[in-house]
Design a protein around this ligand. Structure first.
Ligand SMILES: [Fe+2]
Ligand SMILES: [Fe+2]
Length: 141
């Protein structure tokens, strides 16, 4: 398993969002680690649930600020979030039904790993740049 290490290359330039991304990544790393090292199923489910919950919290913060400021690309951004919410909830169901499978480990270690980095570097960065260009301040979660 390859943990995601937050570095400046993942900074979107807005402190609140960067701090949330760091927390999000640490939940991701924990879930991937428990799954890869075949922890007890209850432990795995707990870390997956923390990841799902925190994903919801983080997306809610971004979406609140996009809505409040009428961000022109919010429909696209919301739909990406929605896709991931659905995928994560299917993943929890799959784990509950089938336990740790190679598909699930691959999914977490490859697809989800890439998704988080890609989302932060492209779509979140696009929103953050827009916010800065338009003098929108994003300070409260
Ligand atoms: Fe984000
Ligand atoms: Fe986002």
């Amino acid at each position: 398993m390859k943990p995601i290490i937050w570095t400046e290359s993942l900074s979107v330039g807005i402190d609140l969002i960067d701090e949330q991304h760091k927390t999000w990544i640490s939940h991701y790393n924990k879930a991937a680690e428990t799954l890869t090292t075949h922890h007890h199923p209850e432990q795995i489910i707990k870390t997956l649930e923390f990841l799902v919950d925190y994903t919801g919290t983080h997306f809610a913060t971004e979406e609140k600020h996009m809505k409040a400021n009428n961000y022109p690309h919010m429909a696209e951004h919301f739909s990406r979030h929605q896709e991931l919410r659905e995928t994560l909830s299917n993943l929890v169901t799959d784990f509950e039904e089938e336990g740790t499978t190679d598909d699930l480990s691959d999914y977490i270690n490859t697809f989800l790993n890439n998704w988080l980095i890609e989302h932060i570097k492209t779509i979140d960065t696009k929103f953050a740049s827009w916010a800065k260009e338009n003098g929108v301040s994003i300070v409260d979660a």
